[in-house]
Ligand binder design. Structure first.
Ligand SMILES: Nc1ncnc2c1ncn2[C@@H]1O[C@H](COP(=O)(O)OP(=O)(O)OP(=O)(O)O)[C@@H](O)[C@H]1O
Ligand SMILES: [Mg+2]
Length: 372
């Protein structure tokens, strides 16, 4: 078991002994962690003592009261920000006022716990912090090992998740303070927007699951003779409800029975992403044509749409993670920008390639070639 050092800084002995009692037998575990995490507690009563301890001992988490007899909690926070920015600070504030919490988190506190807190509240707060520490340790390690790309990827990812969270948090705050009055209907739009952002986050997480799965190499035990036409048909059926809404017609052209030795779920990823893009970035009343061919020793999957199209510059970056075209037409379409990067990885895994031809305002054609 790994132990984290937690320092509680509070002039009320009752709070300190309370924290000590709660943490005595408390451990945190996650499915992706090898060992459980336990907590060592260090108790101090003033800000001055806290700073002394920080200088001499290795401390990972500080539970910090704001109202202290000598220097204030905010000054301790400032000291930590400058000298030991790796320490995660949780403010303990007696009045859970929005203002103080926002100010503290703006000034570098990781989170805050309102006082008085229940054992469960403290435990879940610590669970959160230790998970954060664990993930941070992981990214640092990856970075040190020279895997800068992955580090970059994680930074982009955290950014992508942070934006919707901030938006949802903002809406919840407005509702909490009833800023739009007592009438529940006044909040409908905020609720809709929040749900919309949550949906976006969920899609991003699903995409990531696909990505991590693909990183685990080719799993040949899942390989079987797959009927490509069948997979294409399934993908079309699952996207059709959305296509009907947009009045987009999807047709499949598949004259022969084409099979490939592959993991069917890999092929599903390719079809789902290409066809859903072809519908998503199409115009009302548009068309999508999916053609399957076998030529020489290759299988060709062609997904052609009559949609908004892409410029030459845009197609250059299309297969990069998180790349999305931002313009008037795409402004209201949600997506993570991961779909095509995942398609590219799958296709690479099968030693194939994916090409695109596109014209703004006319449409795009994606051609995937997979060797048999
Ligand atoms: N058929 C298409 N026509 C026009 N633009 C497209 C088409 N397919 C993709 N794009 C552009 O390429 C970008 C990246 O596509 P990708 O599928 O990787 O991500 P996404 O659709 O934004 O999100 P996700 O697929 O994860 O939901 C899109 O945001 C869009 O701007
Ligand atoms: Mg997509």
């Amino acid at each position: 078991m790994e132990n984290l050092n937690v320092m509680v800084v509070d002039d009320e002995p009752g709070i300190r002994s309370g924290v000590s009692r709660i943490l005595r037998n408390f451990t945190v575990s996650y499915p992706f962690m090898d060992a459980d995490i336990g907590f060592n507690l260090i108790e101090v009563g003033t800000g001055e003592e806290a700073i002394e301890k920080i200088k001499t001992e290795k401390i990972e988490i500080v539970l910090l009261d704001n109202k202290l007899p000598g220097i204030h909690g905010t000054e301790v926070l400032e000291y930590i920000n400058i000298n030991n920015p790796d320490i995660l600070v949780m403010m303990i504030t007696s009045y859970a006022s929005l203002e103080l919490a926002v100010k503290a988190t703006n000034n570098g506190a990781y989170d805050f716990i309102p006082k008085p807190f229940t054992p469960q509240e403290l435990k879940s707060a610590l669970e959160n912090v230790s998970k954060h520490l664990f993930l941070r340790g992981m990214t640092t390690k990856m970075n040190k090992e020279g895997k800068e790309v992955r580090y970059q990827f994680l930074s982009v990812l955290s950014h992508e998740l942070k934006a919707p969270l901030n938006a949802i948090e903002g809406y919840l705050r407005i509702m909490q303070e009833k800023q739009a009055g007592e009438e529940i209907a006044s909040y409908d739009q905020m609720i809709d927007r929040s749900l919309h952002r949550i949906k976006g986050m969920r899609n991003l997480i699903m995409d990531l699951l696909d990505l991590t799965k693909i990183n685990l190499e080719k799993k040949t035990d899942k390989f079987q003779n797959v009927d490509i036409g069948e997979i294409a048909q399934l993908a079309i059926e699952s996207i059709n409800p959305y296509a009907i809404q947009k009045d987009v017609k999807i047709t499949l052209i598949n004259d022969k029975n084409i099979t490939l030795n592959a993991d069917p779920s890999d092929l599903e990823i390719v079809f789902n992403n290409l066809i859903s893009n072809a519908v998503k970035y199409n115009v009302d009343g548009g068309k999508v044509k999916v053609t399957l061919k076998s030529e020489n020793k290759n299988i060709k999957i062609v997904v052609e749409d009559s949609g908004i199209g892409l410029s030459k510059e845009e197609t250059d970056d299309l297969f990069k993670e998180f790349f999305r075209v931002k313009n008037e037409q795409t402004k209201h379409i949600t997506g993570s920008g991961l779909g095509l990067s995942i398609v590219k990885r799958v296709v690479d895994l099968y030693n194939g390639d994916v090409k695109i031809e596109s014209k703004v305002g006319v449409g795009s054609t994606f051609v995937v070639t997979l060797p048999i």
